[in-house]
Write a protein that binds this ligand. Structure first.
Ligand SMILES: NC(=O)c1ccc[n+]([C@@H]2O[C@H](COP(=O)([O-])OP(=O)(O)OC[C@H]3O[C@@H](n4cnc5c(N)ncnc54)[C@H](OP(=O)(O)O)[C@@H]3O)[C@@H](O)[C@H]2O)c1
Length: 267
């Protein structure tokens, strides 16, 4: 059976993508840590849309997890014809004050697991001569971001890696797309400890009227996929910001962010 595999599908952008794709009759294989939530979603999607929805509970910040997910998908006889590497976490604050083990776990999830999942599922796609891969980066992929240094660098990696394999995959009929959301109303910023509250380590991320919902991001991503785009920055204001940031030297943008952070925090 053909399935669309979505990592980080138990909430936020991953959940919105799963719901939209289920409505389009994609069979789903959902991956995240929260087995209870995934089970509930699978039941709902199967009932509402008459599709097959399965899940694998896995912690993708563990090095062996992608291989386990791949083997489990094979054991179930599933052919992953669309892979969406969406699971990701953030972190913020002065780099030297963050826990090294948390920063390394972030890289394992945002980068190493994404590369492993892509490699594992790409080989059967190549053999079949078709497939789709969507990797989720961020607006933070476009600039070095002081006080979110590791997270922004992890997303710059996703951007560079994805744009490179986009070209490598073309001769095999495999479509690769990079999705760069901007600030989105999900649990992401609270989990990263950077939402605007007393614990936000000075980053004070705040939502505004232009902040997108995960459903808006998912709709834009799917429209872009229908149009066979390779890169999509979701949200008009975000596209404008991405274009502007490309005109300025990275060092100047980074200096501006660092100064404004130090002014806010008195550091
Ligand atoms: N929200 C934003 O402002 C924003 C902006 C730009 C880019 N993004 C990117 O968008 C993607 C999705 O973020 P989101 O906003 O939807 O975040 P979210 O609401 O926090 O959802 C994150 C998803 O990733 C899963 N996840 C977290 N750690 C995991 C782990 N160790 N192993 C497996 N799954 C894990 C979570 O499920 P479990 O907890 O069940 O594991 C959840 O399903 C991320 O790559 C993020 O970097 C978000």
């Amino acid at each position: 059976m053909n399935v669309t595999l979505i990592t980080g599908a138990s909430g936020g952008i991953g959940e919105a993508l799963a719901s939209r794709l289920a409505a389009r009759k994609h069979n789903l294989l959902l991956v995240a840590r929260n087995a209870g939530k995934l089970e509930q979603q699978c039941r709902q999607f199967a009932q509402a849309y008459g599709i097959s929805a399965q899940y694998i509970a896995a912690d993708l910040s563990k090095a062996g997890a992608p291989q386990q997910v791949f083997e489990e998908a094979q054991a179930r006889g599933l052919e992953v014809d669309m892979l969406i590497n969406n699971a990701g976490i953030g972190s913020g604050g002065a780099f030297s004050e963050l826990l090294l083990k948390d920063e390394l776990a972030l890289l394992q999830l945002n980068n190493a697991s994404l590369v492993a999942m892509t490699h594992l599922f790409l080989l059967p796609m190549q053999a079949r001569g078709s497939g789709t891969i969507i990797n989720v980066a961020s607006m933070a992929a476009f600039i070095p971001f002081p006080y979110m240094a590791t997270y922004a660098a992890s997303k710059a990696f996703v951007r560079s890696f994805t744009q490179a394999i986009t070209e490598e995959c073309k001769p095999y009929g495999i479509h690769v797309m990079l999705l760069c959301p901007g600030l989105t109303r999900t649990n992401f910023n609270r989990a990263a400890g950077i939402e605007n509250n007393e614990k936000s380590k000075g980053l004070n991320i705040e939502y505004s009227s232009t902040t997108q919902t995960p459903e808006q991001v998912a709709d834009e991503a799917i429209r872009a996929l229908d149009r066979k785009k390779h890169v999509i920055v979701s949200g008009r204001m975000n596209r404008l910001a991405a274009n502007l940031s490309a005109l300025l030297p990275n060092a100047i943008v980074a200096r501006g962010f660092a100064r404004s952070y130090r002014k806010r925090t008195g550091k």
